[in-house]
Design a protein around this ligand. Structure first.
Ligand SMILES: C[S@@+](CC[C@H](N)C(=O)[O-])C[C@H]1O[C@@H](n2cnc3c(N)ncnc32)[C@H](O)[C@@H]1O
Length: 369
């Protein structure tokens, strides 16, 4: 079968690297060819191999099984093709949520396409109805994406339902949390560039970096994924859950100036308490020398969290303190792009421009040695 993973544009190659690494740790089959496109990774593989990976992947935001692809220039054909898909094999519970995008095609009206698709599904389900969800389980979303691009129509079903970057862990959030998928990509990339280092997360806010680095290689058992109760999946032979033992960093220390932030992290991360070196209220600018350490920081931008100086000046102070006083080996930072353009003389190991919830940000890793 064919599959696709959705990835935030700008970090597709990091997601690819994660997928390759985890594939070889979890699956015995050879890694298939993976096509990298803007915001997507495509592959053809065994459904069990892909589903095995899903609860371990942290950088993609969704995973889809591609159920059909055909030329869709008229609505009767779309209706007909859709009605031939064995939907009862894939769906469970409620009627699916159909999302349609159209671009550069003969039919451009997405509402009309949606109508034809929904009618086609209804016809299929009249013959073979959808099973109810098992007792005690919540209804799944059965999210279907129809992409009509240059008259080619692709029918994809989400294997996750709720986005993959919703981990099911963090309960209370404080100001300005970073998207989990971005935090995961950054911690993973930083770990790839250094060996056997201690991570400090000194302006941790809600603790996204810390938690992502701790959970990165683990099976996510804190939430459900749609595929887990889909008929096509539950009929497959059960696979033993494998463990990936290696951690991204030797230790993780989490700090913030705000006592409220630290309190909520401590509360939210009770199940992972043992994994942290320490979680304490601490001013970054008072941190002293450390050995074999790297840091990852999403500084306050001055918008949602007040800042008394210009952001680029604040970032320069962070870099200087990290290098001269804490003697950090590397530092990863994410902050608005405009401030990046004001910085000079950085020894960059990594530079990317991405969008974090509508704000253009730069993600950089600096070598401080
Ligand atoms: C943008 S938020 C970080 C958000 C975080 N990435 C998350 O996902 O929740 C910046 C954090 O830096 C903290 N902060 C600001 N100045 C600090 C300092 N001098 N030392 C330690 N933390 C500081 C703020 O309290 C705030 O929680």
């Amino acid at each position: 079968m064919k599959f696709s993973f959705t990835v935030l544009p700008g970090i597709e190659d990091i997601a690819l690297s994660e997928l390759k690494k985890k594939w070889s740790s979890l699956n015995s089959s050879e890694l298939p060819e993976i096509e990298q496109k803007k915001g997507k990774l495509f592959l053809e593989a065994d459904v069990s191999d892909v589903c095995t990976l899903i609860p371990y992947l942290r950088i993609p935001t969704d995973a889809y099984i591609i159920l059909d692809e055909f030329t869709g220039k008229d609505r009767p054909k779309i209706y007909n093709k859709i009605s031939k898909i064995p939907w009862h094999n894939y769906l469970r519970g409620d009627f699916p949520l159909v999302l349609v995008t159209t671009k550069e095609s003969k039919i451009i009206n997405s509402s009309l396409v949606k109508e034809s698709v929904e009618s086609g599904i209804k016809l299929a389900l009249k013959k073979s109805p959808i099973k109810k969800v098992p007792k005690g389980k919540e209804s799944i979303s059965n999210k279907i994406h129809i992409d009509l691009y240059q008259d080619r129509l692709r029918v994809s079903l989400s294997l996750c339902g709720t986005r993959m970057d919703k981990r099911g862990v963090k309960l209370y959030t404080d100001a300005a949390p970073l998207r989990e998928s971005i935090a995961a990509a950054m911690t993973f990339r930083l770990s790839e560039l250094c060996e056997d280092q201690n991570l400090i997360d000194p302006m941790s806010g809600t603790g996204t970096f810390s938690l992502e680095s701790i959970l990165f290689n683990r099976y996510n058992s804190y939430r459900d994924f749609d595929y887990q109760i889909a008929p096509f999946f539950i009929n497959l032979p059960l696979r033993k859950r494998k463990k990936i033992e290696n951690r991204l960093f030797k230790s993780v220390s989490t700090y913030d100036l705000s006592p409220k932030s630290v309190e909520s992290i401590k509360h939210n991360f009770i199940p992972f308490k043992e994994e942290f070196e320490e979680i304490i209220v601490q001013d970054f600018f008072k941190l002293e020398e450390r050995t074999d350490s790297v840091a990852i920081i999403n500084p306050p931008y001055g918008k949602r969290i007040k800042l008394d100086e210009e952001l680029d000046i604040f970032i320069n102070r962070i870099i200087t303190h990290a290098k001269d006083s804490i003697k950090l080996k590397k530092i990863a930072l994410i902050f608005p792009t405009w401030a990046y353009h004001k910085l000079k003389g950085l020894n960059l190991l990594e530079k990317r421009f991405i969008s974090n919830g509508g704000i253009d940000v730069a993600f950089i890793i600096i070598d401080l040695t």
